[in-house]
Design a protein around this ligand. Structure first.
Ligand code: APR
Length: 196
C-alpha cells in the first residue's frame, strides 16, 4: 500500500492511500457541511459506517452549541460510533470560489481547529482526508500545500500529538500530496532509506 512517513519533532506525519473510515487513529476528521446532517463523499462514508450515534450527537450539537450550523473552518467532536476510530472531528472546509474569497485562510482554519480540538481532548493520533477537494472543488495542489504547511506550522508549536495521517482516497491524490509533503516536510523516512 502507498505510504510515506515524515518526522516533525516528536510527531510522525504519515501519508496513506486508503479509506479514512478504516483508520484506527484516536480521531478521524470529517469533511462535513454546516448542517452536520451528513452528505456524500467522506461525510457519507463516515455516517454510513459509523452508524446513527454520530448523527444523534451531531443533532445535539446543532440544538445546543451551533444552532445555525457549523461555520466554515470551525470544528466539533463526536464519538466514532461503530468506526474503529474513537472519535470523529467534524470540520467544514471552504467551497472553492476562485481563491479570492478567503478560501486559503478558511481551509487552514479547518485543519488548525481540528488539531486544536484533538489536543484539547488529549488525543494522540488523528487522520485527515483531503478537505474541500471533492464536492467543494478546491484544487488539490493548492489544498495539499495548505494542509501540509498548516500541520507543519502547528506541530512546530505544539508537540502533544504522536501521529498525524493524511489519508488520500486515490493514487492520483496520494501522488500530489507525496510531492508536496516532500517539499514541506523534507525527506521522508523511506526516501532516506532509498537515498542511503
Ligand atoms: N476516505 C478518504 N477520502 C475520501 C473518502 C474516504 N472514504 N471518500 C471521499 N474521499 C475524498 C475525496 O476523494 C476528496 O479527495 O475526500 C476528499 C474530500 O471530498 P468530499 O468528501 O467531497 O468533501 P469536500 O470536498 O470537503 O465537500 C464537502 O461534500 O460530502 C459532502 O456533506 C459534505 O457537503 C459536504 C461536502
Amino acid at each position: 500500500m502507498n505510504t510515506k512517513e515524515f518526522p516533525i519533532g516528536k510527531t510522525r506525519i504519515c501519508l496513506i492511500q486508503g479509506d479514512l473510515t478504516d483508520m484506527e487513529t484516536d480521531a478521524i476528521v470529517n469533511a462535513a457541511n454546516p448542517s452536520l446532517m451528513g452528505g456524500g463523499g467522506v461525510d457519507g462514508a463516515i455516517h454510513r459506517k459509523g452508524g446513527p450515534k454520530i448523527l444523534e450527537e451531531c443533532k445535539h450539537i446543532r440544538a445546543t452549541e451551533w444552532r445555525n450550523g457549523l461555520p466554515t473552518g470551525k470544528a466539533v467532536i463526536t464519538s466514532g460510533g461503530n468506526l474503529k476510530a474513537r472519535h470523529v472531528i467534524h470540520t467544514v472546509g471552504p467551497v472553492w470560489q476562485g481563491g479570492n474569497r478567503g478560501e486559503p485562510e478558511l481551509l487552514a482554519e479547518a485543519y488548525k481547529n481540528s488539531l486544536r480540538l484533538a489536543v484539547s481532548e488529549k488525543l494522540k493520533t488523528i487522520a485527515f482526508p483531503s478537505i474541500s477537494t471533492g464536492a467543494y472543488g478546491y484544487p488539490i495542489r493548492e489544498a495539499s500545500r495548505i494542509a501540509t504547511e498548516t500541520v507543519k506550522d502547528f506541530l512546530e508549536k505544539v508537540d502533544k500529538l504522536e501521529t498525524v495521517v493524511f489519508v488520500l482516497f486515490s493514487a492520483h491524490d496520494f501522488e500530489i500530496y507525496r510531492k508536496v509533503a516532500k517539499e514541506v516536510f523534507g525527506f521522508s523516512i523511506s526516501d532516506e532509506d532509498s537515498a542511503a
